[in-house]
Write a protein that binds this ligand. Sequence first.
Ligand code: GTP
Ligand code: SPV
Ligand code: MN
Length: 647
Amino acid sequence: MPQVIEQFTKLPTALGCSPKLRLSVSNRVRGAPIVNGHVVQLSAKIRMFVEESVALCKPDRIHIVDGGEEESTILLDTLQRLGTIQSLPKYDNCWLARTNPADVARVESKTFICTERREQAIPTPKEGVQGTLGNWISPDDYDTAIRSRFPGCMQGRTMYVVPFSMGPIDSPLSKFGIEITDSAYVVCSMRIMTRMGLQVLEKLSDNSDFIKCLHSVGTPLSGKLTMPSWPCDPERTIILHKPAKNEIVSYGSGYGGNSLLGKKCFALRIGSTIAQREGWLAEHMLILGVTDPNGVKKYIAAAFPSACGKTNLAMMNPTLPGYTMECVGDDIAWMKFDSKGQLRAINPENGFFGVAPGTSMETNPNAMQTVYKNTIFTNVATTSDGGVFWEGMEKEIAIDVEITDWLGQPWKMGESKTPAAHPNSRFCAPAGQCPIIDPAWEGKEGVPISAILFGGRRPEGVPLVYEANSWSHGVFVGSAMRSETTAAAEHKGKVIMHDPFAMRPFFGYNFGDYIKHWLSMEQRAAKVGGHMPKIFHINWFRKDAKGKFLWPGFGDNSRVIDWVLRRVDECDCYKDTPIGRIPAPGAINLEGLSSPVNEKELFHIPKDFWMKEVEDIKQYYDNQLPHDLPAEIAQQLVDLKRRLERM
Ligand code: GTP
Ligand code: SPV
Ligand code: MN
């Protein structure tokens, strides 16, 4: 430990102040010395936030993060000494973190939105029914939750002050945050996932507002003889949001969405409340640029639940000749109408925190080429030649290498019964490294969106693609989305769950109001003479009677995108069905497909399945939104049922 502290005091002259000034007696906050940066560089508002946090958490020292290369090297080195990360010598500046096995995913059940009244945060379910659209916490319980966890939680540790921007620093669509954390892993990951450091601090020097993010792993070091390599407090983990104060407080977990507070907590939960107030959309969506064989470029946004294919679609290598796909973002989109009524999107993130298993040169070569430098892997397996391994990479490693699983145990392909990599293991890599990153991905104004896709894992009944008949029908489709659960959150087993708009874990306010907000977008665009993007629903995951996927997916999804864009151009290549418009027979280009597909089965719409689906959706609305469902959406369901009855 003394070695570690020494490391910090050896930091280079940060933020342009001399070592003498930096280590002067006055460079303290409430007695805690600042070992990197200087207190004079904090705006009054940031300083107040740091003061309050120091008084509460009692860190031994403070480090104002500058975002520089040297700082990053020292932090990574420190993490390596602590045993939190190990280097992966096969690649360039790549690292592996192994978490505590109890801290491997987001924890929806421990995530709360705090508002004065419950109905501001979550819909009131039918009496006797458990609500599934988020958790509310009262202001009193919010304070108690903090008071019972945070006092002294950073004793013996360094408090990092991380200034960051969600979105390109100069974009009018971007927002700033300050994350206070006691985890160097978080700092190094935030450096990849956000624009972080000095530039942001300078932007905030006019004392402007920011989102307050407080995070602790919840393992103070005072009196501890051993230092865990992955400190956390899974039993008492809690993730709190107070939209009225633009405040996020997270305790007990170091994992992804729980600790990198710019991502789900800020860009989606707090972001959606700001978006509602300001008239835009903060969504769990990828953004993809598509250039067709005529050289015409359009952008689409797509919302699929966690681990359901956003990263893959966002980085797809199209199999359809003549097409070029470019990636703007793989997880979050902030979308706003411009003055002409064109919906424009930015990716507020700066990196990818992508699902590792299933990613390979076959399924996603662009992701593979992104992650072999400057990447932090979490919970993947390692190879004896200093590389990484996960399920899906079987063909990509030398046969003679030995594999160590994510828990650090020897693992043998074909023999071991447990997965080598945790199913929710991830890579955290700079977006700029993606070989197909879109030239406009950091554009200030955002890219114009022509179509919005919803989708999920639906093994049965749901066709490969269908188009909504109107904006409100599309909003209905988003509200009725369901998908098989994945390892991205704590749900066990593969059950089909409702995940409206792929946002169930990420709503910052009452889902009923969220639907109303989506519906209101149409008038918002109309007012300035704009038009709405078309809405589609896709399903790459339909299976045949033997349980095999009916659709090859991945690069062949370009064939679906091709139809979607032709529909955006109002091509007459569709057929009406009770659930929406599907491609007319032969309208999906299947030329050159590596193996034939059963088009009939892919687009079959079984009446009994859909009648049951209507009943399930009705029950879901009745149980979860008995008071909050907009009449327009209730009517959409009635209309769908009527169309199906006539089938
Ligand atoms: P989050 O980062 O959790 O929000 O997830 P994501 O939506 O970005 O998920 P991702 O793209 O990483 O997909 C996760 C899993 O879906 C991987 O195991 C992929 O192999 C699988 N997958 C993605 N696209 C397809 C597809 O077209 N077909 C099939 N069968 N599987 C796919
Ligand atoms: C998701 O679960 O949707 C993710 C990963 O994108 S995490 O950041 O951990 O939430
Ligand atoms: Mn996600």
